[in-house]
Design a protein around this ligand. Structure first.
Ligand SMILES: Cc1cc2nc3c(=O)[nH]c(=O)nc-3n(C[C@H](O)[C@H](O)[C@H](O)COP(=O)(O)OP(=O)(O)OC[C@H]3O[C@@H](n4cnc5c(N)ncnc54)[C@H](O)[C@@H]3O)c2cc1C
Length: 368
């Protein structure tokens, strides 16, 4: 990076979740006059920046349910994810305030349920979670809802055959379509230049004038990697609209074969997701997945039967073999520093803010 009081020219490749968060955070630093560095930021995105893009390999960010659920994820993931998630839980509300859209942050917790027949799955989840949380000094609380009354007080729309559950009160979710759009709007106001429909690689000659390149291509990285350490994990979701039912928070349904969720979205919409299949097949949702997702929904409340299906979507979660994210430094063919942020897997919204802060710190420390 250049000397104090000069402008560093930054290229961000990929305008999905990480690229947008990074662009906005970097340009925000221009208002921090103390560090004497300012940035000019260019984002290069292969497709349209609109969440309604119909491209088959569009950003995973658009397909996600955008839950910020460190505890729910703790049972099946590493402690690192929980810790990054806890940091992000504190960052998101501040960032959405600064982005002028605090209404798109919802911290009502999440609810974990199981059918009476699958109650063993819920008990096992509770045991695993308690064990993992017992290793944490600052562990969050889990509320055990042991009867129908307690459950109904939290989420009245849940069907009467659910008699118990877990409430994880610190968890949150965001209205991701709106937030992704707002990130672009606010970053542009501060001077970020977004280039849509522009495919570029970190070694591209056109980037030789840049001082620093951030590689945030998600699945786009796959083309570069010879080794088999990076993969996409298929996920299928259905978006519905249902005016008859209100849910305040995401509901996770424990089941021996799948773990499904229903997440409320603006305008009486809900996302039901998500399958998790070790495949890079991006073709349409299968009949089986569609039926399983819809029956989970119907089980939570049969009034969902009148819901209208808005869309069914498939995408790939960008993941390394250990399902952990990486921030890696290298140099381009033109000897320019590259910082690559990837492998956010099923945790982009959960860990994105914390990871972006780390990446900026790492890039600055290396370049100053
Ligand atoms: C079904 C599903 C549900 C999910 N639910 C959740 C959830 O509830 N909570 C959560 O935390 N996470 C969730 N995720 C995960 C989350 O969506 C991802 O972790 C996150 O989007 C990864 O962010 P990213 O910026 O690395 O990749 P992406 O969001 O995929 O963005 C990468 C961008 O790079 C662009 N690009 C690629 N190659 C190039 C190139 N050569 N030049 C220019 N641009 C390029 C792409 O077009 C894309 O826009 C879910 C994912 C899926 C698929």
């Amino acid at each position: 990076m250049k000397s104090n009081s000069s402008v560093s020219k930054v290229a961000i490749i990929g305008g999905g979740l990480v690229g947008r968060l990074l662009a906005w955070r970097l340009i925000k630093q221009n208002s921090n006059i103390d560090n004497g560095i300012s940035f000019s930021v260019n984002v290069f995105e292969k497709y349209s920046l609109s969440p309604h893009s119909s491209q088959n390999d569009k950003a995973a960010a658009f397909t996600a349910a955008a839950m910020i659920s460190p505890m729910s994820e703790l049972v099946a993931s590493e402690l690192e994810i929980y810790q990054l998630g806890q940091t992000s839980l504190t960052l998101w509300p501040h960032w959405l305030e600064q982005l002028d859209c605090p209404q798109h942050y919802h911290q009502q917790g999440s609810l974990v349920l199981a059918h009476p027949n699958d109650i063993g799955e819920l008990q096992q989840f509770q045991r695993d979670l308690s064990y993992k949380l017992s290793e944490q000094t600052d562990a969050e609380t889990v509320h055990i809802l042991s009867d129908r009354q307690q459950l109904e007080a939290i989420e009245p729309a849940v069907h009467t055959h659910f008699q118990s559950g877990l409430h994880l009160p610190s968890e949150a979710h965001i209205d991701h379509d709106e937030v992704l759009q707002q990130l672009v709007i606010q970053a542009e106001v501060l001077g970020v230049n977004f280039n849509e429909n522009c495919t570029i690689e970190p070694d591209d000659e056109s980037l030789q004038d840049y001082d620093l390149i951030f590689d945030c291509r998600g699945m786009g990285l796959k083309a570069d990697l010879k080794e088999q350490s990076f993969r996409g994990v298929r996920g299928e979701v259905i978006r519905i609209e249902c005016k008859e039912i209100t849910l305040k928070r995401p509901i996770r349904l424990m089941h021996p074969r799948y773990k499904l969720y229903i997440v409320p979205k603006p305008n009486n919409q809900f996302i039901i997701g998500a399958t998790e299949i070790e495949s890079e097949d991006r073709s349409s949702i299968s009949l089986r997945s569609s039926m399983e997702l819809m029956s989970a929904l119907y089980a939570v409340n049969p009034a969902f039967a009148e819901a209208r299906i808005i869309s069914q979507d498939t995408n790939l979660r960008p993941a390394y073999m250990d399902n952990l994210p990486r921030i890696e430094k290298s140099t381009s063919a033109f000897n320019k520093p590259i910082v690559r942020i990837n492998g956010l897997y099923r945790h982009g919204y959960l860990i994105g803010p914390a990871l972006v802060e780390k990446a900026i710190e790492k890039a600055m420390a290396a370049s100053l």
